[in-house]
Design a binder for this molecule. Structure first.
Ligand code: COA
Length: 171
């Protein structure tokens, strides 16, 4: 069973190895690109603390969560608790990447649904906005199975078209 755990300054070598080795590209960007320069556990922990402090003070910053299967990392999912005009057209509230060997087993959908619950229960988000490249059928299917309703298609700042979805939560 999948569970989500927020990045913590106590995360260990297994997590660093995962950050270094996993394929976590979404839309041509490494979802954990912020950790590129972390090559020791101490550097990773310092970066986690820096990003967490920043997110604690600024709801437009991403919060990072491990997607864990049997307590081992298989992916990363992010939550941006608030959106401004830029993020409304470029990313939305949730970003996710499951490492390649673990894709296609339902883990992405399970993790995405769990993140929607956290967004609703812990951050009081009433309507989650999320987006996918129009031809990313896996991502679109994951969003739709999580309650996503197609909203429209927007052009992001890098000229890429993005299909936007809205998910009403229980909040
Ligand atoms: C998108 C992503 C997170 C989905 O995770 P996942 O664990 O592979 O997804 P699931 O196993 O839950 O599958 C979701 C749907 O895609 C389908 N699917 C999975 N792998 C597929 C493949 N290789 N080809 C076509 N469809 C596929 C599944 O069948 C399922 O749809 P269905 O239930 O209607 O059949 C994962 O593919 C990924 O990390 N991709 C790269 C990063 C990315 O694109 N992130 C999303 C940005 S918005």
């Amino acid at each position: 069973m999948i569970h989500l755990q927020e990045f913590s300054p106590e995360d260990d070598q297994e997590k660093l190895d995962f950050l270094e080795e996993a394929d976590l590209e979404a839309r041509g960007f490494n979802i954990v690109g912020a950790f590129e320069k972390a090559s020791t556990v101490e550097q990773m922990r310092a970066k986690i603390k820096e990003l967490k402090d920043s997110a604690d003070h600024n709801p437009y910053e991403r919060r990072f969560y491990w997607v864990l299967e049997d307590n081992h990392p298989i992916g990363v999912i992010t939550l941006r608790p608030a959106l401004n005009e830029f993020w409304l057209h470029n990313a939305g509230h949730i970003g996710i990447a499951i490492d390649k060997p673990f894709r296609g087993h339902g883990y992405g959908t399970e993790a995405f649904k769990r993140m929607c619950e956290i967004a609703s229960n812990e951050y009081g988000i009433k309507e989650i906005i999320t987006m996918a490249l129009p031809d990313n059928t896996t991502s679109r299917s994951m969003i739709e199975k999580s309650g996503g309703e197609y909203w429209d298609t927007v052009v992001a700042s890098d000229s890429e078209k993005l299909a936007r979805y809205r998910i009403k939560t229980k909040t």
